[in-house]
Write a protein that binds this ligand. Structure first.
Ligand SMILES: CC(C)(COP(=O)(O)OP(=O)(O)OC[C@H]1O[C@@H](n2cnc3c(N)ncnc32)[C@H](O)[C@@H]1OP(=O)(O)O)[C@@H](O)C(=O)NCCC(=O)NCCS
Length: 171
């Protein structure tokens, strides 16, 4: 099933192959790829298309729900819930175009995805952020996540290990 979630200011909808150039332009900004551990520096449109092509299978197995964040009909970011298998908690991931930062957009978008997953019976979520990304930590705190532990993780965009806070939310 493919969700369309609407909030006061946003529409969250599935990603299409046609979105690949826009997404590639956005994630090529260092403010994004240096903070999202799974995004390489200099991602190509073809790599973005491969990532998009895997999404229907993830939706079908209820292990991957990736939604584009639209504001005023423009795609400005991504929010996702992913897990290795269906009996595990979803891991919340997200990024937003820097021009849209600081207006509560991600708290609104990620909160809406969590509500949607909870309505489908999901309980408990995990996430995390790199230690030099306090804005992301604040988003998670506003969404009722707690710090679980701190350990290094490989960040593709930086090509090195960086300390990372693991976060968890009950319910
Ligand atoms: C992290 C990110 C998603 C936040 O998006 P956003 O829409 O600006 O977030 P919100 O406005 O909902 O909330 C941000 C909060 O962080 C706070 N914040 C911003 N910069 C901060 C800083 N340097 N130190 C501490 N808090 C900070 C804001 O004041 C706000 O909190 P408040 O509502 O209590 O004032 C966005 O900056 C981003 O996409 N960054 C790059 C990619 C990324 O980091 N993805 C997450 C990987 S874990």
């Amino acid at each position: 099933m493919s969700a369309v979630i609407t909030t006061d200011r946003l529409t969250l909808r599935r990603i299409w192959l046609e979105d690949a150039p826009t997404i590639t332009d956005l994630v090529n900004q260092p403010q994004i790829y240096r903070m999202v551990v799974s995004i390489p520096a200099h991602q190509t449109v073809s790599q973005t298309e491969d990532w998009i092509a895997k999404q229907p299978a993830g939706r079908a197995t209820n292990t991957k729900h990736v939604l584009g964040i639209e504001k005023d009909k423009r795609l400005i970011g991504i929010v996702s819930g992913e897990r290795k298998q269906a009996n595990m908690p979803f891991n919340l991931g997200y990024w937003l175009a820097p021009s849209a930062w600081g207006n509560g957009v991600m708290t609104e978008a990620a909160g809406a995805l969590i509500d949607w997953l909870r309505e489908r019976g999901e309980q408990g979520f995990v996430s995390g952020y790199l230690v030099d990304n306090p804005a992301s930590g604040r988003v998670l705190e506003k969404l009722k996540f707690m710090k679980a532990d701190r350990r290094p993780i490989f960040c593709m965009g930086r090509g090195e290990r960086v300390d990372h806070f693991n976060m968890a939310r009950v319910g």
